[in-house]
Design a protein around this ligand. Structure first.
Ligand code: NDP
Ligand code: HSE
Length: 456
């Protein structure tokens, strides 16, 4: 029989309750909510963290800006460096690359752990920041950086660390999901839906990052890095945003029982390497995608996010919730703050860097998927067979075809027709060659859209 050993309590907890000084960098949409929670819930947080979390100060750019009146004025400073130097734990919610990057490095170099929601910075400089944190025995946590309130980083890093994740597929940008959903359900114009998403605090300071897919691409890079244990940088992600999605695309999708979503897709794929040997690599992409309306991701409405994870042993898992906004994102930040504080109190910070191998990054050429192709053609005899022949020449198999004829006398040869093909899975290369040859047909007026399709 083994004798039970009692763990000695950390020195910090033996005397007075320990106090951890928390520096908050930024007091915008998310930072102001983090400050509120730290002040309002201090007793509960202290009980869970094992230390009192004292808000030591809030660094902002403009000291004269109007703030929540509940936040004591004396906490505000424009000297972020001095605030970092005084802290045990730093919460970075300024966004952007600099000075966020320098301040995070400054914090970890003096051994202070950092919690951030800054996916743009992590997708650009993550490996260097993680390495510096590990070297200095500090933690760098970023649950809020992907999918707002949804716990997805910790499940991938920890709960699934004994499994082999093969695919992650998700709606990870609230702004674009809100815009596409508004366009789909209310017929709103793109600009109006974007303005409302900005008003609600979902969009980045510069919404280009949202609508061009860069924000989703940064999150996809982070998810892929963690899921596949290999460094994936922003430039490794093939990215297309939603600015090219038209009201006609949305209406045509609706007619066909489909919906358009901006998906981030990270997958392990194999490609033929030199000498015919198969190489395993990671492929990561963000693009507007057609989904059947009965697909679980099609039901993700408004600014909500959802992430599907496929793992060899766990099978399919889905994580769903609020992907943006001050309070939901502050929840994820506070989760990191409390769990980091616990480890700081225990004197045992965890490792941040989880990249244990270097997989090749495979381009979209290595991926096969279904496509939807829209064409405008004259409503004339033989047009369809000419178009279908091009698909066949390139070995791209057609799954479905729908046509809508505009004109007073269908079949008279006077009107126009809109053709929509959905293919079986095909490679990017075969599809691109098919589309190029279709464009050159004298019977095709224009190719109106090319969208990838998942889940059919
Ligand atoms: P905001 O633009 O609303 O707030 C930014 C804050 O940082 C402001 O208080 C600003 O000061 C301060 N700040 C900016 N630059 C400096 C600087 N050079 N020195 C000192 N203070 C500075 O951003 P959000 O709260 O929306 O986002 C914060 C972070 O969280 C970003 O990395 C974002 O990507 C991420 N995030 C945001 C989500 C959201 O839904 N909004 C969701 C998930 C992550 P001042 O007030 O004086 O202008
Ligand atoms: N602008 C981002 C979005 C905020 O719309 O999802 C959350 O990262």
């Amino acid at each position: 029989m083994t004798e039970t050993q009692t763990q000695p309590r950390p020195a910090a907890l033996r005397d007075d309750p320990k106090v951890l000084k928390v520096a908050l960098l930024g007091c915008g949409t998310v930072g102001s909510q983090v400050a509120r929670i730290l002040l309002e819930d201090s007793a509960a947080l202290a009980a869970r963290a094992g230390a009192r979390l004292e808000l030591a100060g809030i660094a902002v750019r403009n000291l004269d800006a109007k703030r929540d009146e509940e936040l004591p004025r004396e906490l505000f400073t424009d000297n972020a460096e001095a605030l970092v130097d005084s802290a045990d734990l730093v919460v970075e919610l300024m966004g952007g690359i600099e000075p966020a990057r320098s301040l995070i490095l400054r914090a970890v170099r003096k051994g202070a752990s950092v919690v951030t929601g800054n996916k743009a910075l992590l997708a650009q400089d993550g490996p260097a920041l993680f390495e510096e944190a590990d070297r200095n025995n500090a933690e760098l946590s970023f649950e809020a950086a992907v999918a707002g309130a949804i716990p997805i980083i910790r499940p991938i890093r920890e709960s699934l660390s004994g499994d082999r994740i093969t695919r992650v597929l998700g709606i990870v940008n609230g702004t674009t999901n809100y815009i596409l959903d508004q366009m789909d359900t209310t017929g709103a114009a793109f600009a109006d839906a974007l303005a409302e998403a900005q008003r609600l605090g979902y969009a980045e300071a510069d919404p280009t990052a949202d609508v061009e897919g860069h924000d989703a691409a940064a999150k996809a890079a982070l998810l892929a890095t963690l899921a596949f244990h290999t460094p994936v940088a922003l430039e490794d992600v093939r990215c297309q945003g939603i600015t090219g999605v038209t009201a006609e695309d949305i209406a045509a999708a609706k007619d066909s029982g489909l919906v358009i979503k901006l998906l981030a897709i990270a997958e392990l794929v194999t490609a033929a390497g030199e000498g015919g040997a198969e190489t395993e690599g990671a492929s990561v992409r963000v693009h507007p995608t057609l989904l059947p309306r009965e697909h679980p991701l099609a039901a993700v409405r408004g600014a909500f996010n959802a992430v599907f994870v496929e793992a060899e042993n766990a099978g399919q898992l889905m994580f769903y919730g609020a992907g943006a906004g001050g309070r939901p994102t502050a929840s994820a930040i506070m989760g990191d703050v409390v769990s980091t504080a616990r480890r700081v109190v225990a004197g045992a910070p965890g490792r941040t860097d989880t990249a244990t191998r270097r997989l090749p990054i495979l381009g979209i050429e290595a991926v096969t998927t279904s496509y939807s192709i829209g064409l405008e053609v004259p409503d004339q005899l033989g047009v369809l067979s000419r178009v279908a022949a091009v698909f066949a020449e390139h070995g791209v198999s057609i799954e479905t075809m729908r046509q809508r004829i505009d004109g007073d006398e269908p079949g008279s040869g006077e009107g126009t027709a809109e053709l929509r093909f959905v293919t079986h899975r095909a490679s990017e290369k075969d599809l691109a060659e098919t589309v190029a040859d279709i464009k050159n047909l004298d019977v095709v007026t224009s190719v109106t859209s090319v969208l990838r399709v998942e889940g059919v």
